[in-house]
Design a protein around this ligand. Structure first.
Ligand code: SAM
Length: 256
């Protein structure tokens, strides 16, 4: 997967792509991250990328010409094309579709390349939205000062879903949202910390019992914190019946 990050602050990306799994994925050639300065797609002496809004009002708007030129130039380099996959031109915008795990998986499956446009100021000229962008994505219902952090969120969430990027193919399988539930709780040594013991079943060595406990714990956590997810989750009749027996006062995975 190739990520092209188009920004007026290229230095923004210097640190965040150099750690952990993203760094390893870059080193192993599983992803390529190319940062492009929007100002280098201008022809005037001062490399101006923004202008005042028509109709008046506060703030500045990113002009269409540099964005169109940049994306068209980047798309002309089709070395990252993979048969059957598409190049998405993504505008990070609070007005876009709200990003979630399904959307991350969809981009990981469908695309060989993501061109990520990072807005600033009041945003971008609407003709960019109408005629250049293929996907408009928001990372949540709040407004940030720029699209660089949202772009990094996409790079991270999509990269970890690419084949062989995580240590094992199954590493993401139990993650929150992947199967419609939140993840189960995790514990590590020591088995007793202060007065708090880890659930006995986890140190019992019974793999079947551990798997059952984890499934129940994931169901319970989802029921407690994100009951909205349960409607779409794949549950057995037995699990639905068990959830129906829960009540707020008594529910705890450690007394199931
Ligand atoms: N005037 C715009 C509005 O209210 O919809 C907000 C512009 S915001 C200050 C500047 C840029 O930050 C946007 O163009 C976008 O690229 C980015 N941005 C801000 N919040 C975002 C969010 N929740 N998701 C994705 N991008 C966001």
């Amino acid at each position: 997967m190739r990520f092209d990050l188009l920004t007026i602050f290229p230095e923004f990306f210097t640190g965040p792509l150099e750690h952990g799994i993203i760094r390893r994925a870059r080193q192993q050639g599983q992803i390529e991250t190319l940062v492009h300065d929007l100002r280098s797609f201008t022809f005037d002496k001062h490399h101006i990328v923004d202008d005042r809004p028509f109709g008046g009002g506060d703030g500045m708007v990113l002009k269409p010409e540099p964005l169109f030129l940049a994306v068209e130039t980047l798309l002309a380099d089709d070395t990252a094309e993979v048969a059957g996959k598409r190049a998405a031109v993504v505008l990070l915008s609070p007005q876009g579709r709200v990003f979630d795990q399904c959307e991350a998986q969809r981009l990981a499956d469908e695309c060989s390349r993501l061109i990520l446009l990072c807005g600033r100021y009041e945003g971008v000229d609407e003709r960019v939205v109408e005629h250049l962008v293929t996907d408009e994505i928001s990372i949540g219902d709040y407004v940030l000062t720029g699209g660089e952090l949202p772009a990094l969120v996409l790079v991270d969430a999509v990269t970890r879903l690419l084949p062989n990027v995580l240590g094992s193919e199954t590493s993401a399988v139990h993650d929150s949202f992947v199967n419609g539930l939140l993840d189960y709780p995790h514990y590590t040594r020591p088995a007793e910390f202060r007065d708090w013991r880890v659930p006995e079943v986890l140190i019992s060595g019974h793999h079947g019992a551990v798997a059952k406990w984890r499934r129940r714990a994931a169901l319970l956590k989802t029921w407690q914190r994100r009951p909205d997810l349960l409607a779409a989750a794949e549950l057995t009749d037995e699990e639905r019946a068990w959830l129906a027996t829960l009540s707020n006062e008594t529910a705890s995975i450690n007394n199931q």
